[in-house]
Design a protein around this ligand. Structure first.
Ligand SMILES: *Cc1c(COP(=O)(O)O)cnc(C)c1O
Length: 392
């Protein structure tokens, strides 16, 4: 038998169940308007919240770093890959986040995969929100600790689990996203921190979608709630609002020392390239200098959400620029996304199993890079397609 028959059959299964896809191709930078599959469309689906992915200052910093440092780190950090600008970036991020220390990883996903197994061991319990990001789920799988799952953002359920189990374990780690990527809602961090402090538990917040978006100048969900210093582990990504690539853990200096010995992505995977590091340093400078970009992001988000609501769309319970336009039926969701594309607006359709069955949605991601003309154009397309498909 051909050894690849398995994959042929698996791909046929995807096609039969209507979920097979090919990847759209973007022929230029990630900006407000992109050339997707050779068609110019308004881009309402990136995580480039602040428009930094194609920012002049970041590009210039990256080019200069290439001239000075080359294109690759050449090694893992623990050997010779720890270039001085990476240490500079870690200091800049720690200062920006108002935390003791920062450790950078090659991506946000990589950070969760590396940190969770490194800080936990057998005899510990991880208590995790049911809607946490896939990289947390995978990090928990790699850990030798036991796990318990609490209902999404349900502090009473979390308390119940802690009451029942806290006494049975050496250490407890509560892990949650700061901002949830599919619904745009924010974790109830003040209540979670209170519970954690009562139970002597650690709190671990993955703030990938909060960094650069919430808090003063984009300092994140922790800053938004004025909880600086009370969260033990804060994950941020450099790939979303920051516009480049990479992830980081903001934590105590002693934890950083431990991670430099035990977090496997630091030991077994090459360090970030100098161009990405330099661009990120420039991004942190821009955010520290002015709140202009975060203000523009929020202006656009509020403007667009209001427009969608006025048209009669269900935009769920979002508290951030992530805006789910909830359609429900899976096929109708994909049809809505397809017809928006025909109108020149790209919004990805998201359906089961990424979100629960019957909760299909087109997820709009606003950015500071959008102009009001872009948003008005998109709202017209939403109105036209929404009426045609009897959604509004
Ligand atoms: C996007 C995301 C990540 C992954 O970040 P990358 O830097 O893109 O790898 C991790 N956690 C959460 C909650 C995310 O939304």
């Amino acid at each position: 038998m051909n050894k690849f028959t398995y994959f042929h059959e698996k791909v046929e299964e995807l096609k039969d169940s209507g979920v097979y896809r090919t990847l759209p191709v973007n022929y230029g930078p990630c900006t407000n308007v992109i050339e997707l599959n050779h068609k110019r469309v308004i881009n309402l689906s990136s995580n480039n919240y602040l428009g930094l992915a194609n920012h002049r200052r970041l590009k210039e910093a990256a080019k200069q770093a290439i001239d000075k440092y080359g294109v690759g780190a050449g090694s893992v950090r623990t050997i010779v890959g720890n270039q001085d600008i990476l240490e500079e970036l870690e200091r800049a991020l720690a200062e920006f986040k108002k935390e003791e220390a920062v450790v950078c990883f090659q991506s946000g996903l990589n950070c969760n995969l590396g940190v969770i197994p490194a800080i936990t061991e057998k005899g510990d319990l991880i208590v995790s929100d049911e809607l946490n990001h896939a990289s947390i789920i995978d990090g928990v799988r790699l850990s030798r600790a036991d796990k318990a799952i609490y209902r999404h953002a349900d502090v009473a359920h979390l308390a119940e689990i802690l009451n029942e189990k806290a006494g049975l374990y050496n250490r407890i780690f509560i892990i949650t996203d700061g901002v949830f990527s599919m619904d745009g809602d924010i974790a109830p961090l003040p209540e979670i921190v209170d519970l954690a402090e009562k139970n002597n538990a650690f709190v671990y917040v993955d703030d990938a979608h909060g960094s650069g978006v919430l808090g003063a100048g984009g300092r994140g969900t922790i800053d938004h709630f004025h909880l600086n210093g009370r969260i033990d582990f804060i994950v941020g990504t450099l790939s979303k609002a920051i516009g480049v690539i990479g992830g980081y853990m903001a934590t105590k200096t002693k934890v950083k020392e431990w991670l430099l010995h035990r977090a496997r992505p630091l030991l077994f995977s090459t360090a970030l390239p100098p161009s990405a590091i330099a661009a990120t340093i420039e991004a942190v400078k821009i955010l520290s200098e002015s709140e202009e970009l975060t203000k523009k992001l929020w202006y656009n988000a509020i403007y667009f959400k209001k427009g969608l609501k006025q048209l009669g769309f269900d935009i769920g319970n979002s508290k951030t620029p992530i805006t789910p336009v909830i359609i429900g039926n899976e096929a109708l969701t994909m049809k809505f996304s397809q017809q928006l594309l025909e109108q020149g607006v790209f919004v990805s359709g998201i359906v089961f199993p990424t979100v629960p069955l019957g909760k299909g949605r087109c997820r709009v991601m606003l950015s500071a890079s959008h102009t009001i003309d872009d948003l008005d154009f998109a709202l017209k397309a939403f109105e036209k397609v929404g009426k045609k498909l009897n959604i509004i």
